[in-house]
Design a protein around this ligand. Structure first.
Ligand code: ADP
Length: 443
């Protein structure tokens, strides 16, 4: 549309006024001055009435265009006015749509952020919050308008909120939702602030695990070291260490040795995700070797049977052997003399399980989920007396996980236990079928 100018706007107006003057002059000429004036007044009146109708039509058209109804646009000079108004409205609508789009986009970004975001005013009234903030702080959409510090009342949270406002390094806060979060307060207007929460529960859990692990290892090493250094302190040239004490020192040194060996195995297993080798593992001889070791440990106190294996496996032979040996020696250590221990393989469509079953002391149900935790022991003194490090089942679990398998435990206190090392179908190597000798055809 061409820009409106005074000349362009005035041209039709002047043309109509000139036409009225001409018609009035002609009427005056024909019927006298009075008739001329009356014609001029009548035509001017009509022109003004035309204006009024045009104003009405313009308003109607503007209203209709707001509702997007189809109504004819006003004509004449009013058309230019309507066009200007219409253009202004369209520009404003486009601007508003753009603004709406930006706000929606910004809101979507904030909604999907992995961090929690809460907008609060100067008196901590919640103005907006995203779903992550709801999860982190145990809040809900309906809490908008309420005071944040009334909803999350833990003193640690309030302290962290105050501290984070001064940009002090974020301190992790443990909330009653069970989560550990760090906070950051970012003022973005004189009366509004953004509170950003980040969930660090997993990092905190790993940190706690690391600290517990170091504490446990230190504790496990301290006991034998105390015994060793105690005997060494007592020894002097006049009172040499007795054979009995030397034997005790040897036992403690061996305990430390076993602990360090197991720690090294665990760290090796943890440092790589997949087994170091993919051997064809012949399970029957492997089970036989594990059982031979267990028989040596049992020294004839148990009846230990091994059945032939229905298939072989693909995996790291050393790892699988160490897992099975751990299970069979555990069976010996936790089964009183006279007990029975069986090792067998079970093959089905899903995979193969190496099963170690004993009729020993058994394990109460509440301990079963925790057995594979490092240093978790049901009966501490029995574990120690039989040379346990508390790491055996942790090693077993790592080995099966690295072979995409799992460790299943079922047990009844006082009745015995069954440990199953399960490996998936893709790791099973079926035995070659025994070929029947071809019949001799005599022609
Ligand atoms: P440990 O060196 O103490 O034996 P493990 O990790 O091998 O450590 O086993 C963890 C705990 O599981 C043991 O302390 C023991 O209480 C329990 N446990 C393991 N195997 C058996 C079993 N066959 N019968 C009963 N309890 C067992």
């Amino acid at each position: 549309m061409l820009p409106i100018t005074f000349r362009r706007f005035m041209r039709p107006v002047l043309f109509k006024l000139a036409l009225i003057a001409l018609v009035a002059a002609l009427a005056g000429q024909a019927w006298g001055a009075r008739a001329g004036w009356m014609t001029a007044s009548g035509l001017l009146l009509l022109y003004v009435l035309g204006f009024v109708v045009a104003i009405y039509r313009t308003i109607r058209w503007l209203e209709a265009s707001q509702r997007r109804d189809a109504v004819d646009a006003p004509v004449g000079e009013w058309n230019s006015i309507a066009a200007v108004l219409y253009k202004a409205r369209k520009t404003e609508a486009a601007y508003r749509a753009e603004l709406d789009r930006s706000v929606t986009q910004l809101r979507e970004v904030l909604e999907r952020m992995p961090d929690g975001v809460v907008i609060v005013d100067a008196s901590m009234l919640i103005q907006w919050l995203n779903p992550m903030a709801e999860q982190h702080l145990g809040l809900a959409r309906k809490d908008v308008g309420l005071r944040l510090t009334n909803l999350v009342r833990e003193p640690a949270f309030i302290d962290a909120l105050t501290a984070s406002g001064d940009s002090v390094a974020s301190v992790p806060v443990r909330l009653k939702t069970g989560r550990v979060v760090v906070l950051q307060t970012i003022p973005f207007s004189p009366t509004q602030s953004l509170i950003v929460t980040r969930d660090v529960s997993e990092a905190d859990r790993l940190d706690t695990m690391r600290r517990d692990f170091i504490a446990n290892v230190s504790h496990e090493l301290r006991t034998p070291l105390t015994v060793l250094s105690g005997f060494l302190e007592l020894a002097s040239p006049s009172a040499p260490i007795s054979v009995q004490h030397l034997e005790l020192m040897r036992t403690e040194a061996l305990r430390m040795q076993r602990l360090i060996d197991d720690l090294l195995v665990l760290s090796r297993l943890e440092s790589t995700a997949a087994p170091s080798q993919e051997d064809h593992v012949a399970l029957s001889p492997l089970a036989q070797r594990a059982v031979d070791l267990a028989r040596a440990l049992s020294a004839g106190r148990h009846e230990i049977r091994v059945e032939s294996m229905p298939a072989d496996l693909r995996g790291a032979e050393r790892e699988i052997e160490s897992a099975l040996t751990n299970l069979v020696t555990n069976a010996v250590r936790y089964t009183p003399a006279g007990g029975k221990i069986t090792v067998r393989g079970e093959l089905d469509d899903d995979g193969i399980a190496l099963v170690v079953k004993d009729d020993g002391v058994g394990i109460a149900a509440e301990h079963i989920p925790r057995l594979t935790e490092r240093f978790y022991r049901v009966d501490k003194s029995r574990s120690r007396d039989t040379g346990g490090t508390g790491l055996g089942l942790a090693i077993v679990k790592h080995v099966v996980l690295r072979h995409q398998g799992r460790l299943d435990v079922s047990s009844q206190l006082g009745e015995g236990s069954e440990f199953r090392l399960w490996f998936p179908r893709q790791r099973v190597v079926l035995h070659e079928p025994v070929r029947e000798p071809e019949p001799l055809v005599v022609s």
